[in-house]
Structure formats: C-alpha cells, structure tokens
Design a protein around this ligand. Sequence first.
Ligand SMILES: Nc1ncnc2c1ncn2[C@@H]1O[C@H](COP(=O)(O)OP(=O)(O)O)[C@@H](O)[C@H]1O
Ligand SMILES: [Mg+2]
Length: 573
Amino acid sequence: MPRIHALPDLLISQIAAGEVVERPASVLKELIENSLDAGATRIDVQLEEGGVKLIRVADDGGGIDMDDLPLAFARHATSKIASLADLERVASYGFRGEALASIASVAKVSITSRTAAADHAWKLEAGGREAKPAALSAGTVVMVADLYFNTPARRKFLKSVATEFAHCDDVLTRMAQARPDVAFTLAHNDQVRRRLAGADFAHRTRELMGDAFIAHARPVEAVAGPIKLTGFAALPAYAKSTRAEQVFFVNGRFVRDKLLAHAARAAYADVLHGAHHPAWVLFLELDPATVDVNVHPAKTEVRFRDGQGVHQFVFHALQRALAEPLAAAKIEPRAVQPAPTFSPQQATLSIREPEAAAYLDFAQQAFTDAVQPAPTFDAAEHPLGYALAQLHGIYILAQNARGLVLVDMHAAHERILYEKLKTSTDARPATQTLLVPVLMTASAGERACAEDHAATLAQLGFTIALVGPEQLAVRSVPALLAGGDIPALVRALLDELAEQPASRVLEQRRNEILATMACHGAVRANRQLTLPEMNALLREMEATERADQCNHGRPTWIQFWLADLDRLFMRGK
Ligand SMILES: Nc1ncnc2c1ncn2[C@@H]1O[C@H](COP(=O)(O)OP(=O)(O)O)[C@@H](O)[C@H]1O
Ligand SMILES: [Mg+2]
C-alpha cells in the first residue's frame, strides 16, 4: 500500500471539475450566472465549435477589482457569502467559489475586467503571474478556450458540435427566461443565433416558447404569505409528447425537481389523460432560508424544508389557474387549430329542461340577431356568444363579439357532466328511480362484478339487480345520466370496476369512473339540438370549471376571430 499523501491543487480542481464542468453548456451556465450575479443588464455569448474551442461571455456588470483578479481563479474564493448565515439565505447564483477554479483546471481561461472606479481594464490569464492592462469600456469578459485540452479522457465524452451547441442554447434560453430584463445575444461560429432585447416576462416567454404556447397559456399568479407562484401554464389542448416544455424556476434558478413536477402534473390530472405532457413556465419564489440549493454542485436540485406545503401550494395554485371558468378568465386570442377527430355514436341528450327554458330568451334574441343585418348585442357577458346552427350533427356554430365560435358538442357536454358528477358524488348523487327498470343481457363476469361492487354502484347512484341467468335489471341511475344509453353506460362502468378489487375502488379511481360515466351520458353526434338546447349548453360551459377542454385534453371550443375570417377572404387587402 502506498503511503497517504495530500493531492496537488490542480488535481483537486480537476476532480471537482468533474461535477461542475460536464460539457461546454455547464461552463456557459457558470459564466452567465457570474455575469448575472455581477448585475449585468446585457450578456453577449460567443461560441466556437459547440463551445469546445471557445466560450466567450461578455457582460456590463460591476467588474472585478484588479487586486482580486487572482482570487477569482482560487478555489473556495468568493465575493458572495462570508458566513454560514449567508449560506442559509443565499440569493446569488454562485456561492461555492469553485466554478472558475474548476474550469481553469480543464481549459485555458482568461478574465478581462474593469470596475467603474478603474481607469482601464485588467486582464489575467489563469496560471499567469500578474494582471496586464487591457482595453474594455466596462464589465467583464471571460474567455474559456480548448475545453479538456489537458484531460483527453473527458474530451471523448463530448458529442457532436451540433449537440453541444444545442445544450448551450438550452442553458442560455433558460437563463434568459429567468431574467427577461437582461438582454442576451448568442453567436455560434460567427453566426448570430439569438438576439433577445430586454423585455417583460410575457414578451420574453413568447419569444422563447413561441406564439402557440402563449395562445394556449393561462397566467398563474398565487401568493400565500412568503411563497409565490407566477408564470404561465398551457391549457391541455397544447399538450406535448415530451416534457421538454415543463420549465420550473425556484428563486430565479432553473431546477429539475421531482416534487414540483409532480405537484404541477397532479394539477392537470383532471383534464389531461394518456401519454400527453402539459407545458408550463413557472417561477416559485420563497424565503431562501426555507430552500436548500446546495444539494449538488450544479445546483439544479433543491430541497424544501416544507416539501409537503410547497407541493400543496403549487398544486392548488395551478389547479385554480387551469379551472377558472371562461366567464371569469380574460380571453386571449386563441390559435385556430384543426379539431381532432373522434368516432361518434348515437345517443340521447340530457340537458335538464328548466335550464334550457331559462335561456330561451337569449336564444331567441340570438336567432333574431343572426338573421337581421348589423346585429349589435352585448356579447361581452356571454363569452361563447349565441348559437346560430348545428353543423353535421357534431359542431355548434355560435356568434360572439369576436367572431365565430365552434363548439364540439359532445366534448363540451361530457366535460360539463363530469364536473357535475364530481360535485354531486362529493355529497350524495341525486338518483333517479326508473319507472320501468331497464333490462339488459349480461355475461357471467358482468353479473359477478355487479354483485361484488354493489356498494360502490349504490354510492354512484346505480341500483342493479340480478334477474334471470343472463340478465341485469337497472332500477335507478344518477339523475344527470337518466336520459343516456343506460345499458351501454352500465356495461362500461362494470368494465371499469372489474379491473379492481371491490374494496377502495371508489377512492382510488373515482374520477376515472366518473369520466367514463360522463362520456356515456354526454350528447352524441347526429343528435339534433334546438337553439335553446345549444344555448343552454354554451351557458353551462361558461359556468363550468375547466370547460375549455374535454376529459381527454382536447379543446371543447375554438374561437375564429373576425380578423382571421377576413384574412381568409383577403378582405381589406
Ligand atoms: N462576470 C463577473 N463579473 C464580476 N465578478 C465576477 C465575474 N465572474 C466571476 N467573478 C468573481 O469571481 C468570483 C469567483 O467566481 P466563481 O468561481 O464562479 O465562484 P462563485 O460564483 O461561486 O463566487 C466571484 O465570487 C466573483 O467575485
Ligand atoms: Mg460562479
């Protein structure tokens, strides 16, 4: 066994670099963070060969004093914290004082910097003896050349130039998302790839996430004492096949945190099913003393002192933002997108009569408006406007102040029923006893299931008896669904229940079961609706939480703006 000996400084730094300097993008992240910590309002990034050959970051921040330049390269030397108390409430990106030292151990690094008080700038190369005078009007320029020149094993893990550049671009866009007030440029091999002017949050988000995201985004703004959540969450119709557009920041720091992601996803559980991933850009702000960012050198993980509380807060804040009824939400222009197809089946409608009657007046008014020239009704109080007609037994056409509204009547009605079922089973479902029981044939499995799950079925509002060797008699159903295709509904329900042991099935799968019920209870295509029925549906949509999308995350309605229609006809050109 060799004797124990202390490792040389360079080797210590190279070992530490393994954690921080994974690839060019991680260098870029550290340099941009330093610029932001220095109070920069503009940051210009130049890369060569994906950042492997050169990473140059120039900022207009406070600069480094000439005497401090050598310390910037020293391990564990920082201007950002001085005590354990500071560490516990750290608000800067950096605080470990080892990024520049680590980077300098695996690349050729120089810093040129000028403080406001200095007559000129000073430049120091890592490993160099002393700083030399240099030309720079203000701020700091850090150059990192030939990454891993002295650690060839590392170099082998680098991917193609395009991939390394893409990671750098990712890093820059995340920082730019966190700090819309700062201007950024990004050039690669002398080509400008991004140019972001200082802007407000919404403008920067549109630039980075695109028009479609903004068109589908609901603003999020929730505060509970010292904890705050802001940003945008896209409605489920915008859902993606990957999680790439799920972006979370904690106190301005981009994080990948399971707890936050879980809380946010849970808020969508009710409106988004299947393999789709929602999209969001969210900022959580809380007392720095209640969150530990010092979990890992790269600082993309965090630990909350009250994880449970943070989870609850994020979940509820997001759920509220997504659920806000149309009537209350300010409606942003929505992108016109093709409606997804579904295969309709025949069934019956069960919108309750009294509500339909109550809106008869509105409907007649709308009808009159529709056939008379120059209608001037106040559609502001009804965001979805007034029904004009039904299209191919599938869509409702309605007119509002903005133009034409197209409603997928099955999807919309399904959503309304689902929300109502949830509310009614929270209390006690209103049950309707059928005057004549509905007899239906049933397999042995279905009969066994009806028997096993009799208690659950009763809780949901169904009374089902076994009659004869191959039959079931349905004696009562939830009042909301009384008009539907009862045998189909019961069959789907039994199918749903059969997958589960009888006990606890309702607690665990209540919402899925209610969704199945809503789907079967909802009005199907080719069912002729009267104008009052259509208007009743529109009014119910406006009053229903989460009415913008059906239970499968598809949109229930689409707005065609008059301007969009004008464009189609090239009016005013
Ligand atoms: N762009 C910059 N502008 C001003 N000061 C800088 C800049 N980059 C680095 N520094 C100084 O160098 C020090 C060391 O940087 P770094 O190794 O990244 O450690 P940390 O950011 O954790 O303090 C910082 O504390 C800061 O004082
Ligand atoms: Mg730093």
